[in-house]
Ligand binder design. Sequence first.
Ligand code: FUB
Ligand code: ZN
Length: 671
Amino acid sequence: MKTAFSGCRFFAVAFTVIFSLNLPAAGPPPQDYPIRPAPFTAVHLNDAFWAPRLETNRAVTIPYAFGQCQASGRMDNFERAAAVLRGENIENRKPPGFPFDDTDLYKILEGASYSLAVHPDPQMSACLDSLIAKFAAAQEPDGYLYTTRTIDPAHPHPWAGTNRWVNDPESSHELYNAGHLFEAAAAHYQATGKTNLLIIALKEADLLCQTFGPDTNQLHLWPGHEIVEMGLARLYRVTGNPRYLKLAKYFIDVRGTRPGGDDYHQSRIPPVDQTEAIGHAVRAGYLYSGMADIAALTGDPQYVGAIDKIWENAVGKKLYLTGGMGSRAQGEAFGDNYELPNLTAYNETCAAVANVFWNERLFLLHGDAKYVDVLERTLYNGLLSGVSLDGTKFFYSNPLESDGSHQRRPWFGCACCPGNITRFLPSVPGYVYAQAGDTIYVNLYAGNTASIKLESGRTVIITQETRYPWNGTVKMTVQPEWRRNKEFTIKVRIPGWARNEPVPGGLYKFCDALNEPVSLTVNGEDVPVKPDQGYVNLVRAWKPGDVIELDLPMLIRHVTASENVPADRGRVALQRGPIVFCAEWPDTPNGKVRKLLLPDDQPLTTRFDPALLNGVQVIEGKGFNVATNEFGKAFKRLQDFKAIPYFAWANRGPGEMIVWIPNSESALRAP
Ligand code: FUB
Ligand code: ZN
């Protein structure tokens, strides 16, 4: 059978030896999140929206991205480091392009592991083993793994500094590399049961435990690019070894405790005292996610207080309508409150991934659907835009307006985003359901069959049939495994957009009336829709074949931003269900979508176009094109208007795009 990895030439030897590793019997940690996600392996998506995207990721993007890593020398870096360790005299000692190039392979391997867990593929599996063997060969005897130094310790990448670790708070990314290695290793172990990558990761984690900490003979440094905190927490969950959790907590507690820190690295003051989303957005999102993990695993309430405050700030004042975070290219950073420019919006794809991680964790801590509202917004819009429909081109930044010069690219010198979206997509099924005790949370809507284990050990099969996100009707069939009636709760999320609240905190508002209510029935009988923390709680003795039917009216909604956002004044955006729309050049007579004017009273209709962009919903009507004649006089011409989902733009060649469309002429004139 031909698979995605047939003919893969970049791994010469299939390395299939499974190492043995004495793992402590790692039962669940003594404390963890009060709510647990249903594992992605337990949720089988069979819908027309996500399932094809995940298949493209598996069959196209993963092999493509590995190929890019090979072509760009990233794989070679491991081979060169290994040759040096074997004492060979290598000619090419040039450092990698970036000191974190190793992480691109770790991330793609993480995504490939998730894919393998649900889609066995012996060739892909053999390729991963071969790659892991290269990592093992490039690891120094004490566990240090960072190819730029090993290749040429006297002349590593200039950001790496002359000694191990000491440049990390600034630029070396040694701990960032370790964090991605840990994430990949835990994923690979959980997905395949193999320990070959985990052995490498634990060797490095043990080195970190010796090297960093409060003792006088240890380094008291914080990671310059967070992620190692999340990675160590994951290793702790996998192995049960408390040293990893202790070190993760140390890395958070030491941050910002001595002079020399800055906002860019979230290190000017200790994280527990921070109240605002600041600095480099990916670093920030990973820090807040790591804090949530450590809070859950240690029960430290101080961390929760801090990330709650930071979240209020981020979602209330710094979040794009697409769920993007980090508005400034300068420093790849959060801007000031309400600084949300559209044309120059940075919104790194990695920051969208970090935003999903962070909101998922806050949901798991607090059980409030408002976090899933932000997660869903990000997922369907500012994250999914990061990869082309064919799976081979990527956005690094995700602006909300384009003059035609912004296009997805096949790869980047700094390739953090392609790897990140590649690793993230296969894990999407893991965001659909969660469980606490004998309560099931239904968070996302997508056709699937899931097998959810309650705390009492009993299993419930839930099937969703829906055309979401294009249609808001969701039929859920419940099949408890047992015969006798036994009560448990299913919490059905009523998305914020269906409750007239685009985002928690009021940064955006729907400006047209919501005149169709949400309807919910169980076995055909109406259930009152009075959400509590965003959920309707269905408590009953569920029987096999019980049916929940949810109808979320998907109206075309006009969105306005708070008056505090200068960039969106006099402008309107369109949203339907969780999807944010944009106008793009091919759908507009002269392609000049940045000269569109869309008064609020222009009637709009919507339909599904199966032939467009792999099948998308479109919004259509009439809008004005505003132009100037040869005498410099402005005139308006009524013309056809069409909007497409934001995530699908830039798949038809270069041209203009706009999300926030002027609804008054004054906005068109504004600079
Ligand atoms: O520094 C490593 C990664 O490269 C960051 O997460 C991205 O923002 C890019 O700078
Ligand atoms: Zn990135």
